[in-house]
Design a protein around this ligand. Structure first.
Ligand code: 5GP
Length: 190
């Protein structure tokens, strides 16, 4: 069975990591996105099952936990579970690609521990909490309750920055695309 490298992108919700990850995947066909399992509701018009997430019921998710199918999983927001499937990583490696993760901070730390030197863990940071609030509000995807949960969690997540291999400060998205491409290429060439 094949074994490639792993790129772990983590950040508080709204920091732009998903946009950066999507850009990398479009640019580099050697990268494959690890589709997580999640019990949250699908964002109707923009998301697809089996592309953005495997959208599961809580019972299905629980079954995967019992079968030891996850490398890591977290209850990221109250009642909403997210997890990385072992099978998903193997699927991508078997295709001869390197795997890319888009996960919150605690899951990212577990993934880094699991993959060790085969992984580059990147912490994407917004310039400030005010900026984060602006971006989350502007995105228009969150209810008031969800927005406040995400901001509360973001403050906590920002304290974990120094546990990752590298920080990517997301000021303008174009600069971040370039920086992220460089990080990936340098890691693959080392
Ligand atoms: P969202 O609901 O905005 O898609 O994701 C919420 C948070 O959960 C984001 O920070 C996202 O990166 C994270 N997340 C997505 N998949 C996983 C996963 O498999 N494991 C963990 N720990 N977090 C995940």
């Amino acid at each position: 069975m094949g074994k490639g490298k792993a790129f772990i992108f983590t950040a508080p919700s709204g920091s732009g990591k998903t946009t950066i990850v999507k850009h990398l995947l479009e640019k580099n066909s050697k990268l494959g996105f690890s589709i997580s399992a999640s019990t949250r509701d699908k964002r109707g018009r923009t998301e697809e099952h089996g592309k953005d997430y495997y959208f599961l019921s809580k019972d299905e998710f629980r079954e995967h936990i019992e079968n030891d199918a996850f490398i890591e999983w977290e209850e990221v927001y109250t009642g909403n579970y997210y997890g990385t499937l072992k099978k998903e990583v193997q699927r991508i490696w078997d295709e001869g690609r390197h795997v890319v993760f888009d996960v919150e901070v605690k899951g990212a730390l577990k993934l880094k521990e699991y993959f060790g030197d085969d992984a580059l863990a990147v912490f994407v940071k917004v310039p400030s909490l005010e900026e984060l609030k602006k971006r989350l509000t502007g995105r228009g995807t969150e209810s008031r309750e969800s927005l406040s949960q995400r901001l509360y969690r973001a403050e906590f997540e920002l304290t974990f920055e120094n546990k990752f291999d590298v920080t990517l400060l997301n000021e303008t998205i174009e600069d971040s695309f370039v920086k992220a491409e460089e990080l990936v290429n340098n890691f693959l060439n080392q």
